[in-house]
Design a protein around this ligand. Structure first.
Ligand code: PMT
Length: 402
């Protein structure tokens, strides 16, 4: 299936760290995403894993020496460098980082980096003390000054038995960095506040009322906005979804808590996207003790929760100008209801989705939305994955920002 990475020519440099086994997995994932991965290994890397294994994973020949015997008159490093769309170096050892920092070209990999014109992403992996050493820090700073992306390793248990920073990041984090390298950074300098997921309104310590929101739509928006360079603040109700890397997450439970978190961060946001399914009501009172079943029916009074989006719309009237995007979860009269909410809540954009379709709305991995902007321009999107849907919503926001 076509992906963002389909056909992308990726040069993948592997250097001599025990974390080579994780990089091999990345080669496999990138190849699965239909990227054309050409791996270049240092001599040291071949001591950790054979070039044959890597060739099997990438489906392409693997380079290790400077000049391949059968390269003919065409210099390998020039032809490989000329064609690449992205250059990844993972794992990057302290030694390879030092060589790149000073422009050495004593093997194919370091020579390729100098001859390369594409974006370079460096993923360090080493013992904590080595990573924290001033020399390594200075070398990494130099790489950043060259415009290379340096993705900080993780904390954790290292191959040498130490605990600390130095573990090669996992594939999820690497994937986001790679996709970000291919994405327009059209949200750089923007802070986007996104809400996601349901809220829980408690009756007693054991019971609450809620809805079927999984958080997928809001988390997709956060993931894609981050990829496109935004600072992302994600206010999330209870959700099983792993927060996207690099996103500032604020976990809440009730609508009131979501309200408080949104109002606290509103002033630092350029854009607010309310994708959360906020409960409109909560029990009039939450019992201290668990309500014991007594066999007879129970009447529970429900009182309205604050309408967060409406309050933001009112603040906007008072010229506090975050661009305001709301969602409408509708089962009928979708466009009319969306237009009403757009006007009533003083929105810049409303995203209308159907919540009774089997592949749209709550819990689905896909969604089919209609967008109506403040000029009542209607745009109907086809059924898309929630990530693609998020991309299109963000494209629309870019147009509104202009
Ligand atoms: O999380 P998923 O499983 O991926 O499902 C996605 C979704 C269906 C939850 C999402 O696409 C969606 O439609 N979210 C909005 C759900 C909702 O509450 O819609 P609504 O029409 O009831 O509310 C209208 C807008 O007002 C929404 O932006 C909502 O966040 C906001 N609102 C609602 C109630 C309230 N008290 N305060 C609010 O701010």
């Amino acid at each position: 299936m076509k992906t963002v990475l389909t056909g992308k020519k990726i040069l993948f440099g592997i250097t001599g760290s025990i974390a080579v086994y994780k990089a091999a997995e990345w080669v496999r994932e990138l190849t699965k995403a239909e990227a054309q991965v050409t791996v270049v290994m240092t001599e040291a890397a071949t001591r950790f894993v054979s070039s044959l294994t890597i060739a099997a994973l990438s489906g392409r020949r693997v380079y290790t020496g400077m000049f391949e015997p059968d390269a003919g008159e065409e210099m390998t490093h020039i032809s490989l460098a000329r064609e690449s769309d992205l250059f990844i170096i993972a794992p990057a050892t302290a030694q390879s980082i030092a060589k790149l920092a000073y422009g050495f070209a004593d093997d194919l990999l370091s020579t390729l980096v100098l001859a390369n014109h594409a974006k370079v992403l460096v993923f360090p992996a080493m013992n904590s003390s080595m990573y924290c050493h001033a020399a390594t820090k200075a070398n990494l700073t130099r790489l950043q000054e060259y415009g290379y992306g340096v993705i900080e390793p993780e904390q954790g248990k290292l191959a040498c038995g130490d605990e600390g920073i130095g573990r090669l990041v996992d594939w999820e984090r690497a994937r986001e960095s790679i996709l970000s390298a291919f994405a327009d950074q059209d949200f750089a300098e923007q802070t986007i506040l996104i809400t996601a997921g349901p809220t829980w309104e408690s009756f007693d310590p054991a019971r609450h009322m809620s809805n079927r929101s999984s958080g997928k739509m809001g988390y997709s928006l956060a993931r894609v906005a981050k990829r496109r360079g935004a600072r992302v603040i994600l206010v999330s109700g209870p959700s099983a979804i792993e927060p996207p890397p690099g996103v500032e997450i604020i976990n809440i439970v009730s609508a009131q808590q979501m309200h408080d978190a949104v109002m606290e961060h509103y002033s630092s946001a350029d854009i607010v996207v309310m994708a959360a399914a906020v409960s409109d009501y909560r029990p009039g009172k939450t019992m201290e003790q668990k309500i014991k079943k007594g066999g007879k029916s129970i009447d529970l009074e429900l009182v309205p929760n604050p309408d967060i989006l409406k309050k933001l719309g009112q603040k906007k009237k008072r010229a506090e100008q975050a661009l305001l995007v709301g969602f409408a979860a509708e089962s009928r009269h979708h466009i009319e209801e969306g237009q009403r909410k757009l006007k009533e809540k003083n929105l810049d954009l409303i995203v209308i989705n159907d919540i009774i379709g089997k592949d749209t709305g709550f819990g689905a991995d896909t969604n089919r939305v209609s967008l109506i902007d403040r000029d009542y321009q209607l745009e109907k999107l086809p059924l898309l994955s929630k990530e693609e849907c998020a991309d299109m919503i963000l494209d629309k926001i870019v147009k509104l920002l202009q």
